[in-house]
Write a protein that binds this ligand. Structure first.
Ligand SMILES: [Zn+2]
Length: 249
């Protein structure tokens, strides 16, 4: 099969043998691809080790897998961005790892999502800006990415109206959120749903990702976990690191 070229972000790395790794990349043109990177852990005299690292950006050429869900072969990797600021703080690193995990779990191989690729790249850029962006800003950027991903895979929740009766949520009113239902449930309609969680009114009054980034993160993580059918490995640590909500809000 012809060799393809693309740009991609390393979202998962697994040791395969003494000298090889299996790498999952989220690419601009093909979505997620899983490749074997032979010799990636050892350089030779004629060839520099590929030396892949998580959450880095590069240009790749690869031979695609012969069958769906199989492994392709990475032929070349040229590193184009390493986002060093992201590694200066655990919170930023975990935001990046969580985003990579979401993409790995919730997108399919060879299923292109160009806008989601751009959103992931933008998120890594925001996390990387250690000097310019506060922890609150980094957390807000992650929440916006959670929503971008939900939109890309067709699970955008309705956070304005009750999904059962259509009534808009009055300002400041608490509501319930049902993941299977697909969004908010009013006081009357929530009784018929077993799967739900309560959401504070002032969280929903604020713009997405602002005010209480941890509250937003937990709400969207709840929905994403439900869609995925399981929780995410990096979510627990990340929840503890996200800035807590301020009392005034
Ligand atoms: Zn209702």
């Amino acid at each position: 099969m012809a060799v393809r070229t693309d740009r991609g972000i390393v979202i998962r790395l697994t040791e395969f043998s003494e000298t090889s790794q299996i790498v999952s990349l989220f690419t601009a043109d093909a979505g997620q691809v899983r490749l074997i990177a032979k010799g990636s852990r050892r350089g030779t005299k004629t060839r520099v080790a590929i030396g892949l690292d998580l959450l880095e950006l590069g240009e790749l050429s690869y031979a695609p897998a012969r069958q769906h869900a199989g492994l392709g072969t990475l032929a070349e990797w040229v590193q184009r961005g390493t986002f060093p600021g992201l590694r200066r703080e655990m919170l930023r690193l975990y935001c990046g790892l969580y985003a990579a995990e979401l993409v790995g779990v919730l997108t399919e191989q060879d299923d292109p999502h160009a806008s989601l690729y751009d959103a992931l790249l933008a998120l890594l850029g925001e996390l990387d800006d250690f000097e310019g962006n506060s922890q609150e800003h980094a957390a807000g950027a992650l929440v916006r990415f959670q929503m971008e991903l939900l939109i890309a895979i067709g699970y955008q929740p309705n956070l304005r109206n009750c999904v059962t009766c259509g009534r808009p949520r009055p300002p400041r009113a608490a509501a319930y959120f049902g993941s299977a239902a697909g969004g908010l449930l009013c006081r009357d309609c929530q009784t018929a749903q077993t799967e739900k969680r309560k959401v504070r009114g002032n969280l929903l009054d604020a713009k997405l990702g602002t005010g209480d980034a941890r509250g937003w993160f937990e709400l969207l993580d709840y929905h994403l976990s439900h869609v995925a059918g399981r929780g995410f490995r990096t979510a627990g640590r990340l929840k503890q690191m996200l800035p807590p909500r301020r009392r005034a809000t």
